[in-house]
Each structure stands twice: as structure tokens, then as C-alpha cells.
Ligand binder design. Structure first.
Ligand code: GDP
Length: 365
């Protein structure tokens, strides 16, 4: 398909609405009436619901901001977008670095866009970004075909804050993307512990990319991936690696039988593919769509989303309590002394924690 940016008719327009809007290439570009004044929450919502990806990108930036004023607008925008959200298929894609996530997502994305039309947003949860302050996952340059596709929106992982904070922002971004008409959402994450749990808690289908012959067959079982995965796919099933991949697939399939039947009533499948050569991609998406049909009929689809909403309510409470506590200036001033007294053995961790919490709750009175 010709990219609309190369097409004179489309120059400077987004493709999904008749309204003249800035190019999707630079999501931060401001033009037109929105550039003349600061946007209100209503402006953001209007722009998002019309499918304006520039406004969407700006709203996501607000969601990611830690500035209280930005957060206040962001929360209002999210709330107003909620009624327009939910109408999508959310797929989590996890794998260790080098498993082939970006190569695969590029192929998967093009496949689902050609297969079902619509629009695709690729988001990410990257715990490493906490340390490096920069995120790699979801980087546009890693997805060559999708990055120039007119119906895709790629957003790297939010980089600031705790994993809980990063994950919450990704979840809120899902709502905004859905309100903007994105009916397919991929959430990419690195296959290491906590971030997978966070990703799992916001998607309808959790796809785990594995490699053959790395010992991951057993590690995966240990780490509880088997309980989370709705599908396990063995990548790089090409060249001399084909036999090893099929062997790994059998090992995973056997291991799956050791676990109780998932609540969804769906026994996860194990498939081999090659993201690089584009082999076996259709079968993976046949599986995903089969699952979605299955759980929509048996009611698990809605149940899982409701449970996720509940989970995020508690996560949100935890995050706000934690932030309120640590960001309180009096507490921040007391913390180094408390830390010292624990390190020097003058107080137990429990007593030091209790003293600090008592001080905090007294301050709130
Ligand atoms: P990520 O770190 O999980 O995003 O992995 P990448 O997509 O960057 O891929 C890591 C490396 O594996 C790159 O050198 C890819 O070219 C290679 N790779 C990815 N998919 C395949 C595949 O299906 N077959 C083979 N042989 N190599 C692949």
C-alpha cells in the first residue's frame, strides 16, 4: 500500500478523518487552531475522538507527565475518553531481549492490518527504562514496516517512575488509543518477571515468544509464564533451527499439560514461526482470533476485563498512597535519618517503618 505521506491528496492530513490535520509523522507538530492556545481537556477529547493522532500523541505525553497540572488534565481526558474505549483487541507480546519481538511485531502488525483493516497501536512496558531513563521497546526505528504504515501508532514505553507507574500510564494510553479508533492494541514487554505480570493484567491475549534450545523451556515453567500465556510461540524456526524449534514446542506443550486448565477454559497452544522470514504468522493470528471468539462466547472476555479493572483500581490506590508518602516533604526529610537508624541497628525495619507511617498519617490529620 502506498504511504499516504507520499500521496499529494493526503499531504498533511491524517487518513482517517475528513478534517485537515497535521501529519502523523511528527506527533508533536502543532498547527491550526490547536496551536494558538493551550488545549483544554475538551479539546483533547474532541481531537482524540476524531482520530487526530497529533492530539493523541500530545495527550499521551500528558499522561506520562509527572507534573500535577498535566496529571489533572490527563485524568479528565481519560475519564471523558472512557465511554469511547474498550472496543479493541488487546494483545500482550513478551519475550527476552533478542527473542525477536520487534521483528515479529512488525510482521504481526502488517498481517493483522491487512487481514482485518482498522488501526493498530503499539505500546510498551519497559522496566529497564527506569534505570536508563530511556526506553527501547516500542521504538519506531525497530519496526521498519509499521513505522511508515499510515494506520499504525507506535509509542515507546513511558520512562519515568516505578514499574507500577509505567504500567498504569501504558494502560491509560490504551484507553486514549481506543477512543481514537485504534481497534488493535499491542503491548510489548520484556520477558522478565514483574513487567510481564503488569502487561498480562491489561491485555485480552498474552503471547509469549520463546526461543529453542536456551533452557527457557524450563525457566518459563519456573517463572510462571505458563500460567499467564494464552499462546506460546517459538521464534526463529528457520534454517538449521527448525528441528530444535519443533522439539522445544513439544516440550512446552507437554509442560502445559502439567498445569490446571486455565480459568478461560482455553488450553494454550504452542506454535513455531519465523518472524524474520514471515513464516507461520497467519497461524499465530488464527490462534489469537480463535481464542477471542472462544472467550467472547463463554463470557471470559468480559470477565477478564472486569477483573483487570478491579486489579488496576488497587494498583492505582497503591501507587497514589506510595507517591503521597514519599513525595511529602516532611517524610522526605525524615527518611535519611530513619534509614541510618536501621542500618546502624538502632531500630528494626518494622519500627522505623511504623514511626514514619505514623508521622505521615499524623501529618494528614
Ligand atoms: P527483540 O530484542 O526481542 O526486539 O529482538 P529483535 O527483533 O531485535 O531480533 C533480535 C535478533 O534476532 C535480530 O538480529 C533479528 O534479525 C533476529 N531475528 C528475529 N527474528 C528472527 C527469525 O525469525 N529468524 C532468525 N533467524 N533471526 C531472527
Amino acid at each position: 500500500m502506498e504511504h499516504p505521506e507520499n500521496n499529494e491528496e493526503y499531504k498533511g492530513l491524517t487518513v482517517n478523518s475528513g478534517v485537515a490535520q497535521p501529519s502523523i509523522v511528527n506527533p508533536y507538530l502543532q498547527r491550526g487552531r490547536f496551536a494558538r492556545r493551550r488545549l483544554t481537556a475538551a479539546d483533547y477529547v474532541e481531537g482524540i475522538v476524531k482520530g487526530n493522532v497529533t492530539i493523541l500523541g500530545q495527550a499521551v505525553t500528558l499522561v506520562e507527565s509527572t507534573h500535577p497540572e498535566h496529571q489533572a488534565i490527563a485524568q479528565e481526558v481519560i475519564e471523558k475518553c472512557l465511554p469511547y474505549s474498550g472496543n479493541s483487541i488487546r494483545v500482550g507480546i513478551s519475550g527476552v531481549p533478542g527473542a525477536g519481538k520487534s521483528t515479529s511485531i512488525d510482521e504481526f502488525g502488517i498481517h493483522v492490518l491487512e487481514r482485518t483493516g482498522g488501526k493498530l497501536a503499539v505500546l510498551a512496558i519497559d522496566p529497564s527504562s527506569e534505570k536508563t531513563k530511556g526506553s527501547i521497546l516500542g521504538d519506531k526505528t525497530r519496526m521498519e514496516k509499521l513505522s511508515v504504515h499510515p494506520y499504525s501508532f507506535i509509542r515507546p514505553s513511558p520512562s519515568a517512575g516505578s514499574l507500577g507507574g509505567v504500567a498504569r500510564k501504558t494502560r491509560e494510553t490504551i484507553i486514549l488509543c481506543e477512543a481514537a479508533g485504534f481497534d488493535k492494541i499491542f503491548v510489548e514487554t520484556v520477558g522478565v518477571g514483574q513487567s510481564e505480570t503488569a502487561c498480562h493484567s491489561m491485555v485480552d491475549f498474552f503471547l509469549v515468544i520463546q526461543l529453542a534450545g536456551t533452557g527457557d523451556e524450563l525457566q518459563g515453567i519456573k517463572r510462571g509464564i505458563m500460567e499467564m500465556a494464552d499462546g506460546i510461540v517459538i521464534n526463529k524456526c528457520d534454517g538449521e533451527n527448525v528441528d530444535a524449534c519443533h522439539l522445544a514446542a513439544r516440550q512446552f506443550q507437554n509442560a502445559l499439560h502439567l498445569f490446571p486448565m486455565p480459568e478461560s477454559g482455553w488450553l494454550p497452544k504452542v506454535l513455531c514461526y519465523s518472524g524474520f522470514y514471515g513464516l507461520g504468522i497467519k497461524e499465530i493470528w488464527d490462534m489469537v482470533y480463535e481464542y477471542i471468539d472462544f472467550v467472547k462466547v463463554n463470557g471470559y472476555f468480559e470477565h477478564r476485563r472486569a477483573e483487570q479493572a478491579k486489579y488496576w483500581m488497587y494498583e492505582s490506590i497503591n501507587e497514589q498512597l506510595r507517591n503521597g508518602f514519599y513525595n511529602h516533604p516532611t517524610i522526605a526529610a525524615l527518611l535519611p535519618g530513619a534509614e541510618r537508624s536501621v542500618l546502624e541497628g538502632q531500630k528494626t525495619s518494622f519500627v522505623a517503618a511504623k514511626n514514619l507511617l505514623d508521622s505521615y498519617f499524623n501529618l494528614l490529620k
